[in-house]
Write a protein that binds this ligand. Structure first.
Ligand code: AMP
Length: 222
């Protein structure tokens, strides 16, 4: 079972991705997290992508696809994975179809309007160590508390600065429609209203995954 979670930056994708991965016992693969880790460790990859990420622009389809292809060949993802932040373009989606059989994909879209996204992202902090996202009450707090999982400080992502957020949203808006159109007619596709309380979003996402899996299994057994 390979699940893709699509949605704009700040739609709650990271949180929901983590819940789906835990619930179904599959690894959570966040391309943003992989790239941020590379930047933090100072690797060749990190040096290559650091400026692009800081500016809120996208790294090339070729580079990100190769990273995902390599990750999806590791043994822990043999029975599936949750992809968060990939694919972001039709080119990446086409490439993914050559890595995972298209009928094995479950594609979930989180829908959230722009005004709400900017509001949420001003309050978003990330744990630099384990990468989990938290929402803090005060948008002005530079550092706000500690990670509930590992205890390290929560910090604002460099690319969550307001002007960079606007650039990221414009990039998403330009690419999202064709990407959604690429998947929308597939039986494994479902959209969820991301403005609901997070628990309701999670329940709706689980509901779609269970329904889609069930219908794929019953088709497979016929
Ligand atoms: P995210 O954590 O998903 O918001 O990703 C953070 C940043 O990593 C993005 O703004 C891009 O610079 C880069 N990135 C992550 N995933 C991709 C992707 N699939 N294609 C291109 N760039 C990506």
């Amino acid at each position: 079972m390979h699940i893709i979670l699509l949605g704009p930056p700040g739609s709650g994708k990271g949180t929901q991705a983590q819940r789906i991965a835990e619930h179904y016992g599959i690894p959570h693969i966040s391309t943003g997290h992989i790239l941020r880790e590379a930047v933090r460790s100072g690797s060749d990859l990190g040096r290559q992508v650091g400026a692009t990420i800081a500016a809120g622009s996208l790294v090339s389809d070729t580079l990100i696809t190769e990273i995902v292809r390599a990750r999806l060949q590791e043994p822990d993802v043999a029975s599936g994975a949750l992809l968060d932040g990939f694919p972001r373009t039709v080119g990446q989606a086409g490439a993914l179809d050559t890595i995972v059989p298209p009928d094995h994909l479950i594609v979930l879209l989180l829908q959230v309007v722009d005004e709400e996204i900017v509001r949420r992202m001003m309050r978003r902090r990330i744990c630099q160590s384990c990468g989990i996202t938290q929402t803090v009450p005060d948008s002005e707090a530079g550092e706000a508390g500690h990670c509930p999982r590992c205890g390290d400080p929560l910090v604002r992502r460099e690319d969550d600065a307001p002007e960079i957020v606007r650039h990221r949203l414009r990039t998403y808006a330009a690419l999202a429609d064709p990407l959604i159109a690429f998947y929308a007619s597939r039986p494994g596709f479902a959209a969820v209203d991301g403005l609901q309380p997070p628990e309701n979003v999670t329940a709706a996402l689980f509901g779609h995954v269970d329904r889609i899996r069930h219908s794929k299994e019953s088709k497979g057994s016929k």
